[in-house]
Design a protein around this ligand. Structure first.
Ligand code: C5P
Length: 221
């Protein structure tokens, strides 16, 4: 069956501003935001509850642990629940962030995430963000955006988001963490040939959002 909803796919590397931008674009257009990374994070959090040693995780163990994860629609976004409870703080913690790329390498886990994201888009107009939304999950998306930004700028944004004053050392450490995650995620972080690349290094969030909203209105008009 052909899809009747409007899909905007926003991809890019860690801390490129995908999720916050996608959320603001969704609110402006009256669409729902789907953060695909939150599902990889939820599967990781669920497995951490079951098994403490991530080096021993099998694909089947992750899929079993992730079974009680569901994606629930709220007013402006979908968000993951684990056994019926919101898990936002848990999925943003350091332990999940350190292990999520391992889970994201598992092909059946990727299928599990992709199916949940596609189901969300069946009946609602959505702004989806991740790494491979425009390539693997919605190759027919109505608009595809690929956000890039300098790694030091991404690290500075991450630290600002946390709200703690950052020293040069903290900035160096965060830049290194982001560069390492880029390397681990490189395989799936590939721009679609028909995506619009936006370098956000010198842009404000508002400017990024406006650019995407304008492009979207051109496509849907
Ligand atoms: O976007 P976020 O950084 O929260 O994603 C967490 C992790 O989930 C990424 O580091 C990556 O390993 C994985 N991911 C992915 N494909 C997506 C979204 C996220 O592999 N579409």
């Amino acid at each position: 069956m052909t899809r009747r909803t409007f899909v905007i796919a926003i991809d890019g590397p860690a801390a490129s501003g995908k999720s916050s931008t996608a959320q603001m674009v969704a609110e402006k257009l009256g669409y729902l935001h789907v953060d695909s990374g939150s599902l990889y994070r939820a599967a990781t959090a669920a497995t951490l509850r079951d098994q403490s040693d991530p080096s021993k995780w099998t694909e089947q163990a992750v899929l079993d642990a992730a079974r009680p994860v569901e994606l629930r629609a709220a007013r402006t976004s979908f968000y993951p629940l684990l056994e019926g409870r919101a898990i936002e703080d848990e999925i943003r913690g350091g332990e999940v962030t350190d292990n999520v790329s391992r889970v994201a390498q598992m092909p059946r886990v990727r299928e599990w995430v992709n199916q949940k994201v596609r189901d969300a888009a069946k009946s609602r107009n959505v702004v989806v963000d991740g790494r491979d939304m425009g390539t693997m999950v919605f190759p027919d998306a109505d608009l595809k955006i690929f956000l890039v930004a300098d790694s030091r700028e991404r690290a500075a944004r991450r630290l600002r988001q946390r709200g703690t004053p950052a020293s040069q050392q903290m900035l160096d450490d965060e830049t290194m963490r982001i560069t390492e995650r880029d390397a681990r995620d490189a395989g799936q972080t590939v721009p679609a040939a028909d995506s619009v690349m936006i370098d956000t290094t010198g842009l404000t969030q508002q400017e990024q959002v406006e650019q995407i909203v304008t492009l979207s209105k051109q496509r849907s008009g």
